[in-house]
Ligand binder design. Sequence first.
Ligand SMILES: [Zn+2]
Length: 273
Amino acid sequence: MTLQEFLNNLPETDKPVVSIFSGGLDSTIMTYALVKKYGADKVYTLTYDYKQKHRVEMICAGITNELLKLNHKTIDISFLGEINKDFSNLTDDSSIETPDGEKVIEEKQSTNYIANRNSILINIAVSYAETIGAGYVFYGAQSNDIAGFWDCTKEYVDSLNNTFALNREHQIKVVAPFMGMWKTDEIKLGKELEVPFSHCWTCYNPITVPAGGINHTSAIRPCGKCLSCRKNASIQRIKYGGPSLCKRLIKLNGALNVVNIIKVIIVVFVEHL
Ligand SMILES: [Zn+2]
């Protein structure tokens, strides 16, 4: 699918649109596409703080929001991380170790899953959309996620839309524009959109590199082993024959905090997308 075909498939609207924007690869490419289609002043992004272990993605989302000058909110739903700390490895104080991606890629549901997370994210986004007069909420689920996540399927999105259509005053539709696409096709769109991939975070288990060197800055790098890293590595190997998107390092000057995004320096070691 060409970029133009993809953009033509997005619904027409003059109203604002809401993007559920984690700062990961999918939602970053999606947000760039929404800006291309509707204009930056129409795109309202929502980022959720659910005490995820990979909070660095929130910083990446902040960088993109600043670059594109988007309307943005970060919503604190840290209760979700608290509920899930003994259930999912994705929370920052989880008692569960992050599994090797190769071992769980075929699993029906791994510990990378947070209980009913996507329903919570989407419901909050729909609530927000109603308050700002938006008609659409965009959600970056795609085909590669279906194997492990029931809440990334077309049936799931259709079912939610049947519920939201019951609203008598303001019907909001959830749109998952990457549904039915593969990651490789999505990345091609990202290239056409000139998405700076160094501003996306794609690892569930960031590794902190101790402070040192000339600048005495601490840094964070992808683990290279989790499900997200394995997927990205295999995409790179198969499709592009190049090194992994994971081989990069985010250097931090200051605490890992969305407030400090201005102080973040991103260093890309290898990027052949
Ligand atoms: Zn990883």
